[in-house]
Write a protein that binds this ligand. Sequence first.
Ligand SMILES: [Zn+2]
Length: 252
Amino acid sequence: MAPTTQTQEAPLQPTATSQAPKPTESSPTTAAPQAGGGSASEKEPKEQKAFERWTRTLSLITGIGLSQEEFQAEIDKIERKKCELRKEQLIKTSPGVRFMMNNLVKSGCPLTKNMMECGPCDNTKAGGFSKDHGILLCQNGFFSKKHQEHTMIHEMIHMYDHCVFNVDWDNLRHHACSEVRAAALGGDCNWTREVRRGFYTFTKQHQECVKRRATLSVQGNPKCPSRDAAEKAVNAVFESCYNDTRPFDEFY
Ligand SMILES: [Zn+2]
């Protein structure tokens, strides 16, 4: 609301002549302080706050008045808020997320809220799991709420595997198995996602996608020397791990 009164002040003056009686009546009280630049102090505190918020948003959009760091900090804050909000919503409404949370409880490894946090990541990632820190959701890595949902399920599969199967994450085959399961069950490879990536073919599309995604993830393991090694690890475990849909009955 504040912005309109602010921007209208100047342009309205010439046209206001048509409403002559009113401005002349009120001009001694309202027009004088405005002309002196004291309009801010005249504003209601609430209105003033709204105005400050608005100029801040404007600075954010234009980048004017903010340093690079301030600008990034503001973006981070907004993205974190959005990511945390979606997380809360998905915990309440997503059948897949709820199912995994329940199964983590049943497995003796309940996922508390502070074990799944939103944070900024480099642009290639959507999420991560660490046995020591829990799940990281890449607040700047999601292109939709669905993508965040799939990522949450994907990372919860890793957490489930860590809890139930005692995974040695330094062992590439162990890691590959969990990546195959997470990619297959987390929804990373449903067809809309694949079309978006331009990889959609009708033959064995899902399996090919899971292999490709799992290989990429294993490649990111510090213990993995090459893409070739990642591919070998994935191929070695693919058959059995792809068909192991626990705790789901089938592909979600
Ligand atoms: Zn993964």
